[in-house]
Design a protein around this ligand. Structure first.
Ligand code: V1S
Ligand code: CA
Ligand code: ZN
Length: 406
């Protein structure tokens, strides 16, 4: 009775493999692949699979991952597990990648910024290799559907891991599926625009294409001191003045929109639509990759913005209106029930469906995840209430105007 219909005039493909769900980064680690299970439950509960082609993702091959990453790093990732880590660290070609230890390090780092210490950003956990090559395979499968003209919008909520570097894991990201996808898109499309609405700076993607004028990267992110401690909000890069590598042909093909904590819907809409609109006009991309990190939502465990699922989704609709081939990816998002809401809503937007605000709880296997006042009372778009931690808005309209004019 929800009345899900196929989109008219375009095709959407959805790429997923349930094997990514069972992974655990560690007890205290904020990244919970379980949020993907909740997303799947909502997508299926609302019946959105009737509106798309669904594809079971297959793992990426090592050769595919080597298109961007260092060959030793790829070998390490393919073999690493909590059981093999110690012996792999002894192998000379891997040992040369162990960073020197600083006295105030809280965790022991192994090669490539990986670690088995509790509390590490990039832990080594059971099933990790499987997980990494699967989320990458899902993104590459989605990309393949676009480059072969079999779809207009391809979605992979398990991808979007924007911090990974060529030979280094960073910020919960190991393989940079986004960079690999853009490299594939460049074989077919003259220019690719990358847009990143995760609350963190998309540093790995920006860095990979800093000398490449055929790729424009545009990230919106929290920037500046984290709190009174003066530590910077992770990863600490993405200043307004950072526009690509100076003195190379890539200069002016990176854009950064640094934002203070507490930004609201109206301000975010103003920034996003003005800057993205002008980037599309000026750069004239032939395809777009949109990283939809859901840690920019209000109430996120790590993020510090106050935007709603409605505004987060508005960003997707705005980009979709360009009518260009579009790859939609996940990313961060640490309050699982809200991540699932946002990504389900955005799956509906991609397929031109409007979902009823009441979640069909009888069709969702874990309805309690969305019920009760603290969990949003069974609504797809719960209003912020006293259970949502609100961050003081530090953004002045004049600062936002200044960035848009620049
Ligand atoms: N903010 C934050 C944060 N929290 C953690 C964390 C907390 C508990 C754990 F058990 C493990 C890690 N790490 C961070 C950040 C990394 C944020 C990555 C965001 C990723 C994304 O959403 O953009 C895309 C998926 N790391 C840091 O702040 C670095 C440290 C500076 C503090 C934490 N220690 C472990 C390393 C150094
Ligand atoms: Ca971002
Ligand atoms: Zn993030």
């Amino acid at each position: 009775e929800i009345g899900i219909t196929k989109p008219k005039g375009h095709k959407v493909s959805f790429h997923y493999n349930s094997r990514v769900e069972d992974m655990h980064f560690g007890k205290t680690h904020p990244m919970k692949p379980w949020r993907l299970t909740l997303t799947k439950h909502l997508v299926l509960g609302y019946g959105l699979h009737y509106a798309m082609d669904t594809h079971e993702a297959v793992s990426a091959g090592k050769d595919q991952v080597r298109a961007f990453h260092d060959p030793d790093y790829v070998d390490f990732l393919a073999q690493v597990s909590p059981q093999t880590f110690a012996s792999l660290c002894e192998v000379p070609r891997f040992a040369q990648h162990i960073p020197p230890k600083h006295e105030n390090d809280t965790v022991d780092l192994g090669p490539f910024n990986l670690s088995t210490s509790p509390g590490a950003d990039c832990p080594v956990f059971d099933g990790m290799s499987t997980y990494l090559f699967l989320y990458t395979g899902a993104t590459l499968g989605a990309t393949q559907q676009l480059t072969s003209n079999q779809t207009d919008i391809a979605i992979n909520w398990s991808g979007g891991l924007h911090h990974a570097h060529r030979a280094e894991a960073s910020g919960f990201c190991y393989i940079n599926d986004i960079v690999l996808s853009i490299l594939d898109l460049l074989r077919v499309y003259p220019r690719v625009l990358y847009i990143d609405i995760d609350v963190h700076h998309g540093d790995g993607v920006e860095e990979a294409f800093q000398r490449q004028p055929r790729v424009m990267t545009l990230s919106y992110h929290r920037y500046g001191p984290y709190d009174e401690t003066q530590h910077k909000f992770f990863p600490g890069t993405g200043d307004l003045a950072d526009v690509g590598l100076k003195g190379t042909v890539g200069e002016h093909f990176a854009l950064n929109v640094p934002i203070a904590s507490g930004i609201n819907d109206g301000q975010y809409k103003y920034l996003f639509e003005n800057v993205t609109g002008r980037a599309i006009e000026a750069f004239k991309p032939s395809a777009i990759v949109l990283q939809c990190g859901a840690d920019s939502l209000g109430g996120d465990r790590l993020g510090q913005f106050n935007i709603s699922t409605t505004q987060h989704g508005e960003c997707v609709s705005f980009v979709k209106r360009s009518g260009l081939p579009l790859l939609i990816l996940g990313g961060g998002g640490y309050t699982a029930r809200n991540v699932a809401r946002a990504w389900c809503h955005e799956t509906a937007l991609a397929t031109d469906n409007t979902l009823p605000d009441s979640i069909p709880l009888d069709l969702v296997p874990r309805p309690e995840a969305f019920q009760g006042r603290a969990h949003g009372d069974g609504k797809l778009h719960p209003p912020f209430n006293k259970n949502t931690p609100v961050h003081n808005n530090q953004n002045k309209d004049v600062d936002l105007e200044y960035m848009v004019k620049k």
